[in-house]
Design a protein around this ligand. Structure first.
Ligand code: ZN
Length: 226
């Protein structure tokens, strides 16, 4: 078991980004546009210079995850990685259509489904990934795997230390705070397959982007009955 890697959550407006610190440093997600200061402040707090960030991994192309990626690439010089199936969202700085999969998704879509919340500064990704991307050469023991469903190009980060960061693959039930399916899903069937795939990797702590977590593997097994 790798004990040299740490996951440091950065709470942002409505969402969470993560610093993964091993021998090197990677940033997972970047928040809405304008989140760069909060992220730089957190890096400063733990003594990491912006130029020491080796890579920016985007779990998917929605504005609350990719919104500050252009700014942070400029500041850190780090390469930006996204699954090729979400690359066009990043290239155009748009979230695309949100398909509600839960009642709360329908309500939230009224607020987040249009207007300025749907757009962000676009950028051309540096690295497009398919099914699997190893992080070792960026100084972090772990990998990025495709976990589609919320969006076609959604990915999760699986670390050798037992942590996983899953973006919006899992979002809590707002009543029980137990793991649940995302508010929006491009393909719900794919979401369920991806959750099974995640569970098969047997992570110990599962970090999510919105309103809760981290969960244990048992939390996931119980909630999704797998
Ligand atoms: Zn999302």
């Amino acid at each position: 078991m790798d004990t040299s890697t740490n996951v440091i959550p950065i709470p942002l407006k409505m969402t969470t980004a993560f610093i993964v610190r091993g021998e090197g440093t990677i940033l997972v997600d970047t928040g809405y546009p304008g989140s760069e200061d909060a992220i730089l402040e957190k890096l400063h707090e733990i003594d990491i210079a912006p130029e020491d960030v080796n890579l920016i991994v985007l779990t998917h192309g929605h504005p609350d995850h990719a919104g500050s990626a252009a700014k942070l690439r400029e500041i850190t010089g780090a390469k930006v990685v996204i699954n090729r199936l979400d690359a066009n969202k990043l290239r155009t700085g748009t979230q695309g259509n949100l398909k509600p999969s839960r009642f709360i998704g329908r309500i939230l879509k009224l607020f987040l489904g249009h207007g300025k919340n749907t757009r962000y500064p676009p950028l051309e990704p540096d690295i497009l990934i398919e099914d699997l991307f190893e992080l070792d050469e960026y100084g972090v023991l772990g990998k990025v795997i495709s976990t589609p469903g919320h969006t076609p190009g959604s990915v999760s980060i699986i670390l050798d230390n037992g942590d996983a960061i899953v973006g919006d693959l899992i979002v809590p039930s707002l009543l029980s705070s137990k793991p649940n399916i995302p508010f929006w899903a491009d393909d719900l069937n794919e979401v369920m397959k991806s959750i099974q795939k995640l569970v098969d990797y047997a992570p110990e702590r599962i970090y999510i982007a919105h309103f809760g977590g981290p969960y244990t593997l048992d939390d996931l097994k119980k909630s999704f009955r797998i």
